[in-house]
Write a protein that binds this ligand. Structure first.
Ligand code: NAD
Length: 418
């Protein structure tokens, strides 16, 4: 389908095709599994603070509707396109199936640079985007969550706009919202905390000790910063951190508390006095035991894959590794990859918990949330590792196989209408 053509969508399709070939999925089932069920492209006009009107392109893609409502984040980033959103929606489908959640995948986005918009402009953009999407979303239809460039406040505006339309509060329309309006304890930390948990499991698996391990993290937003603190709790030393503006390195370890304060004030890690500045390319090639891409897609490529120097590649971001880089990583047996659909699944798992709590109006403690989160991640990790070892395939191939197979089975048993 040409409308989705984009390097990230081609990458998601290539991954799917590799699994489909291995599973010998008949060709007449492939297109049904691969291409999104619905996609919306909208114009989002807002009045800017200077009185001018600006129109932004907004998207929402619902990948499949077979197992329940669709679920997925909303991204604000200048590079957002329909094809990128479609790829992210497809990965959400496999991720939800891998972790056994009753959802299809979805993703949304607005092509904008949120750093250049005032709070008022961001609110108007979010409310107008939501208004345009109202015919296509609902707590039993499609449920949004934060992603790159969006946060709890964004979710609160969406929930409010939708609730005003409905005439009553509908907390289940989004997850990742503030606890005071029906959010779940532990949701904000869930993705990064899950990343930390899975890295710890991977360290056990390959015999690394946390206290002797160094981590490098690309991205210091919601996921990257929580993953950094989580790793530090396990005893890992964080030696490198980077964001969109640049990177930092300190072989003795970076003081994360001080860095967090600096990043909050400067809106970037760059300029932090407790480490030396480095480029993003240098960051990814730093010697370390654990490398955590927690920013954008397509960061580990065939160019830098031979240069990375880690033992564990923990894909906190969605799609950080290209299929060409995968070929190289497959040959580098010393690197244990925790693939994205497993590594960052903590976010959607706790989103699911939040949704369940909202539908029941019955809320859990943070300990219950974290305990249930770790059980689901443990099960998904073990199933993936077992399949990877049994069939001698990469962890990515194993995780995708589990996810794709479950969606395929569900589609088969439900049949094709009419
Ligand atoms: P965020 O907006 O909070 O943070 C993104 C970080 O990436 C920022 O530090 C930003 O400066 C950095 N970044 C952006 N462009 C960069 C570049 N070119 N080079 C280096 N760094 C760059 O976003 P987030 O919510 O932390 O999401 C990060 C990744 O995790 C995304 O791939 C997202 O899809 C994925 N993810 C997020 C969640 C979640 O719950 N938020 C869940 C699952 C997956």
């Amino acid at each position: 389908m040409e409308i989705y053509d984009h390097p990230t969508f081609r990458m998601a399709c290539r991954q799917f095709d590799l699994v489909a070939d291995r599973l010998e999925i008949p060709h007449n089932e492939r297109a049904r599994l691969k291409f999104p069920k619905r996609s919306m492209t909208i114009a989002v006009p807002i009045r800017c603070d200077d009185g001018e009107t600006q129109v932004f392109a907004g998207y929402r893609v619902q990948h499949h509707l077979t197992l329940g409502p669709t679920k997925g984040g909303l991204r604000y980033h200048p590079d957002v396109t329909l094809g990128e959103v479609a790829a992210l929606a497809m990965w959400m489908s496999w991720k939800c199936a891998l972790t056994g959640l009753p959802y299809g995948g979805a993703k949304g986005g607005v092509a904008c640079e949120p750093r250049n918009l005032s709070l008022g402009e961001l609110e108007r953009l979010t409310r107008r985007y939501t208004q345009e999407m109202i015919p296509f979303i609902g707590e039993k239809v499609d449920v949004m969550a934060p992603d790159m460039g969006t946060n709890e406040q964004t979710m609160a505006w969406i929930m409010d706009t939708y609730s005003v339309h409905a005439g009553y509060a509908v907390p289940g329309i989004v997850t990742g919202k503030p606890v005071s309006i029906g959010g779940s304890l532990g949701r904000r930390e869930s993705t990064g905390r899950g990343v930390g948990y899975l890295i710890n499991r991977a360290m056990d698996t390959i015999g690394l000790h946390a206290s002797q391990s160094r981590a490098v993290i690309q991205g210091f937003g919601n996921v990257g910063s929580v993953a950094a603190f989580s790793l530090a709790k396990y005893g890992v030393k964080v030696v490198g951190v980077g964001d969109a503006m640049g990177g930092l390195y300190n072989a003795k370890g970076i003081d994360l508390w001080e860095l967090e304060k600096h990043a909050a004030a400067a809106r970037s890690v760059v300029g932090f006095p407790g480490a030396e500045p480095i480029s993003n390319d240098q960051l990814l090639a730093l010697p370390c035991e654990i490398l955590v891409p927690a920013a954008l897609e397509r960061q580990i490529t065939d160019v830098n894959a031979p240069k990375i120097q880690c033992r564990i590649l923990a894909e906190a971001a969605n799609g950080p590794t290209t299929p060409d880089a995968d070929v190289i990583l497959d040959r580098r047996a010393e690197i244990f990859v925790i693939p994205d659909i497993l590594c960052n699944a903590g976010g959607v798992v706790v989103s699911y918990f939040e949704w369940v709590q909202d539908l029941q109006s019955f809320f859990w403690t943070e300990t219950e949330v974290t305990d249930k989160l770790f059980r689901i991640l443990e099960s998904a990790f073990t199933q993936t590792l077992t399949l990877s070892r049994k069939q001698k395939v990469s962890m990515r191939m194993a995780a995708l196989t589990l996810g794709i197979k479950r969606v395929q089975e569900a589609k088969r048993i439900r049949g094709l209408f009419p």
